[in-house]
Design a protein around this ligand. Sequence first.
Ligand code: FAD
Length: 456
Amino acid sequence: AEGSGPYDIVVLGGGSGGYACALRAAELGKSVLLIEKDKIGGTCLHRGCIPTKTFLHAAEVADEAREAESVGVKARFEGIDMQGVRAFRDKIVNRAWKGVQGLLKGRGVTVVEGEGRLVGPKSVAVGGTVYEGRDIVLATGSEPKSLPGLDIDGERVITSEHALVLDRVPSSVIVLGGGVIGVEFASVWKSFGSEVTIVEALPHLLPLEEEASSKMLERAFRRRGIKYELGVRFESVKTNDTGVIVTLEGGKTLEAELLLVAVGRGAVTAGLGYEEVGIALERGAVAVDAHCRTNVPGVYAIGDVNPTLQLAHVGFAEGIMVAELIAGLNPAPIDYDGVPRITYSDPEVASVGITSAVARERGYEIVEMTYDLAGNPKSQILQTQGAVKVIAQKDGPVLGVHMVGRRIGELVTEGQLIYNWEALPSEVAQLIHAHPTQSEAVGEAMLALAGKPLHL
Ligand code: FAD
């Protein structure tokens, strides 16, 4: 059957990228059809950002209960009630889910439930119905990757999707992959009471972060009793009735109740007709230019399905950019270096701009300054260790801000403004930071770079 239409825009996938694009396009007066096979909000809302952060908050509360005595509060950590944690997760997720659905309705976006498939460059079939769009936006997102030799059974060998619906706290877990997702789950489970070991093939946890941040996180994790094996790959994984046995290269074996596979996420493109209509892929993702255009005119790809940073706020931004482009506005391309990145473990690791390694690669002469949170009273009150490291061009603007510490992620916004406005350290040093806040650590680093250190 022929669907109604043509619509100005047909968006395939209702996750962060897709629904943001639909909302902005509708606001700009376009008729928009949004096709979603599962739940509006996608990975971020239902299986990613939001549910993991509810777990991380529960973990933080558990740790605060453990530390209560050290600040003179009579409270005790007695354990985790996963039913309760899950209820908290569902309350938050459902509220946001209703909110997004309400926004789409309010802006007049037509939402179709079902699995869509390109049957022409401007045609999407859902079941027997074909919908036509003057422009098409692919936003089908990503899914957990596996590796040869791993059999993800959802019981012993699991992904983040299974981890978020577990009904118990595992006694022990091996986390394969020390990227953002692996590190966040390791942090949660340790606080929930599990024995945790991370296995990472590269030499550091969070290998894309400034090396000093990774090392600081590793020290903090060691203090928390989170174990890790760095620079080593697994050789084999075997499961039995009680758990998993992971053999590492070199022969060392690790045993645990569960193995979490967190080795990255791959774009969802298979069987969706993308290649059949001539859309070029790049390492499995949909290849795009700086404005998220694919090689087929009038077809765009946003969010995790393209090769740019796999972050919800990048999906939002790309969705908005493409909606504006289609509406004939002239949106600037995204500067991906200027996108903030946060790992919400305890301690948090946050950054914006480039690392010192990348700065050197790009030929910058740089200066660096690290302010240790040991000198920051608010950090001491929060009982956190960590640091803020600023990288600047010699006699020039700030190139990167890198931080580690409890709740430090909220500070990345300042780093982002500094980086994106190409501020000089001396200019930021002029700004008075509120006392006592952790943001003073940023101010202190800038003061030191400007040649007038205060508490350093
Ligand atoms: P998705 O959110 O994956 O949405 C794609 C949608 O398309 C899905 O709803 C899917 O059902 C639908 N779909 C797919 N194929 C079809 C089809 N053929 N027809 C119809 N519908 C289809 N990012 C952050 O910024 N901060 C975080 O803290 C964070 N934490 C994360 C934690 C975890 C455990 C995970 C897994 C991810 C996390 N992310 C985080 C990443 C973030 O979730 C993604 O970057 C974001 O969801 C990408 O949005 P998207 O719209 O591209 O894709």
